[in-house]
Design a protein around this ligand. Structure first.
Ligand code: PEP
Ligand code: MN
Length: 338
């Protein structure tokens, strides 16, 4: 339930409602909009909620039942867009953020080279996995902490913030000591212990949609992070599994505007994992921006055929430069910049 205050509501009237929420056994979540204040009721309480109790209070305009199971993540609770700071820009505002880099960090020299190249071409942040979730235990698993040190060196040289995946709840503090943004991968979207840990870290998080999860599942997972008092969360559509075999996954274009409508958090698209083939990545990136995505996360490698993982979907430098050019034009067409 949310209590929408009148435009004219006084600070005293607002605080009276907050007191009532606490008395009823719920946690109040206050969102100060441009026009009015909204107080959301979070949690469970044995006290049945009576709308009329709130409706009759001074300064209250209306009481709305929220049927969605996620609360802090919901746009009902927080009508204004949340911006997430990244490299001096605000993800969720008008400029499209572009996070680029290899699937995995492969060596000190290569990550520094790629960082310099993507920066030159306009990237906002550098991606690279040091802990890789691989289907086969025999595949390259990433360089671990050494990979994080190389990423940090690349940041030092280029100034680009770094985003990298964390898979183990026990390693959150260690990964957070290097990374600017903690990535939760598709395979861990419902690792609830991990979600709570990244929430507690108060670090910026990129939460990817699980390959067989609904948008509601994704928003519930975001709720785990926000429930720890951390709202620096970007959510990411990276394609879902369908019966289609000509692509690695199926990019759910619906998710972009629907998630934007349901949540105040920025929505990022990952065209690389969504389609799985480099020749189609640019088209999917353009479609995501046209549909209202706040940013892109794209795999880039100087020689994709030699990449240690996900080479088939990685753009080379020429391909990335071309994608940046066309994304810029689409961004302008929808009233944004890139
Ligand atoms: C990745 O970003 O390289 C990755 C493993 O992504 P996902 O979790 O979406 O498969
Ligand atoms: Mn990858």
């Amino acid at each position: 339930m949310i209590v929408v205050m009148k435009k004219s509501a006084s600070a005293h009237e607002i605080s009276e409602v907050i007191t009532q929420v606490k008395e009823d056994g719920y946690t109040p979540h206050t969102s100060e909009g441009d026009e009015r204040t909204i107080i959301g009721l979070v949690g469970e309480s044995p006290t049945p909620l009576r709308e009329e109790n709130y409706n009759s209070m001074d300064g209250v305009e209306k009481v709305v039942r929220v049927s969605a199971p996620y609360k802090l993540t919901s746009r009902d609770f927080h009508p204004n867009d949340t911006y997430v700071a990244l490299n001096g820009s605000q993800v969720g505002a008008s400029k499209i953020a572009v996070i680029a880099g290899p699937c995995a960090v492969e060596s000190r020299e290569s990550i520094i080279e790629i960082a310099c190249a993507v920066k030159e071409m306009g990237a906002t942040a550098l991606r690279g996995g040091a802990f890789k979730p691989r289907t086969s235990p025999y595949s390259f698993q990433g360089y671990g902490e050494k990979g994080l040190q190389w990423l940090a060196e690349a940041r030092e040289i280029t100034g680009l913030p770094i985003i990298t995946e964390v898979m183990d709840p026990a390693l959150v503090p260690m990964v957070a000591s290097y990374a600017d943004v903690l990535q939760i991968g598709a395979r861990n979207m419902q690792n609830f212990v991990l979600l709570s840990e990244v929430g507690k870290s108060q670090h910026t998080v990129l939460l990817k949609r699980g390959m067989a999860n609904t948008m509601e599942d994704l928003l519930m997972s975001a709720e785990y992070i926000l429930a720890q008092g951390n709202s620096r969360v970007m959510i990411c559509e990276r394609g879902i599994r369908t019966f289609e075999k000509y692509t690695r996954n199926t990019f759910d274009i619906n998710a972009i505007p629907v998630l934007k409508a349901r949540t105040h958090l920025p929505v990022i698209a990952d065209p690389s994992h969504a389609v799985g083939y480099s020749e189609f990545v640019e088209a999917i990136a353009r479609s995501a921006v046209a549909a209202g995505a706040d940013g892109l996360i794209v795999e880039v490698h100087p020689t994709p055929s030699k990449a240690m993982s996900d080479g088939r979907q990685s753009l080379d430098y020429k391909g990335f430069a071309k994608m940046m050019e066309s994304v810029k034009r689409i961004a302008e067409a929808v009233g944004r910049t890139a």
